[in-house]
Design a protein around this ligand. Structure first.
Ligand code: ATP
Length: 230
């Protein structure tokens, strides 16, 4: 891995600190997200991985440090601007519970486009293309409760990519899957991201999953350590 052409730094977090009461979740964490590159964020349970991801995505505000999207400081954006950035430039894949149970898989994938005011027909056309790309076109009309865990995660990946985001945040995306389905989801996620040029932040504690990345960053006690590519 790691031989693709990498682009520019799209998102840069530097010197991030975040405490929850007396818990110092992040002490000094830095992370660069490069377009077309998959960076794995590894580390033991409770080390601060998810907190780092949530800060980088603008979901929570760090106590100190800076996060810049294409050189624009997230802290200086208005709330509305930050939410618009999340909706249009970021995609999210979590471990589970992210699809809307009342909607069909097709409607779930079309939803981010609909929220961005794309007309229904066009949104569903693009959603269909992404379901095909993730090899789950056959579940388009089913609801999330009627599909397997692996199929559901592939639908979630399709939904994360449908807006052509510049950054995809994936927090233990294969955590609830068996190894075969986990490998399939990772392969499809990485291939699709490479194709669109998205940078991927992959939070995982599994070396087998991190093996899909181009670069690894280890978080320990809220501090990041960048590993040199092999
Ligand atoms: N909203 C919160 N309120 C209070 N404490 C929190 C909150 N979020 C995280 N923490 C604490 O911050 C520390 C880091 O948590 P975080 O979820 O970032 O770790 P992690 O590396 O992602 O762990 P895991 O691999 O188990 O998901 C932990 O001690 C956790 O209990």
């Amino acid at each position: 891995m790691g031989t693709g052409i990498m682009g520019d730094v799209v998102l840069r977090g530097q010197g991030l600190r975040k405490s929850f009461g007396l818990t110092h979740a992040l002490e000094d964490a830095s992370l660069d997200v490069v377009s077309g590159e998959v960076v794995a964020v590894m580390g033991p349970s409770g080390s601060g991985k998810s907190t780092l991801l949530h800060c980088m995505a603008g979901i929570i505000t760090p106590d100190a440090g800076s996060i810049a999207y294409k050189d624009k400081d997230l802290a200086k954006m208005a709330d509305g601007e930050r939410s618009a950035l999340r909706r249009t430039e970021f995609g999210f894949v979590f471990q589970f519970g992210q699809l809307v149970p009342e909607l069909t898989c097709l409607e779930n994938v079309a939803l981010p486009l609909r929220l961005g005011r794309t007309a229904r027909k066009e949104a569903e056309r693009q959603a269909t293309r992404w379901l095909e790309r993730l090899e789950v076109a056959d579940v388009a009309d089913k609801r999330p409760g009627e599909v397997s865990g692996g199929q559901g995660q592939r639908v979630a990946v399709a939904r994360a990519l449908v807006t052509s985001p510049s950054v995809v945040f994936a927090d233990e995306p294969t955590g609830a899957l068996d190894s075969l389905n986990g490998e399939l989801v990772m392969r499809l996620l990485v291939d699709a991201a490479k194709e669109t040029g998205a940078g991927v932040v992959l939070v995982t504690h599994e070396a087998r999953v991190a093996a899909y990345s181009d670069r690894e960053v280890v978080v320990r006690d809220g501090r990041t350590r960048q590993l040199e590519p092999a």
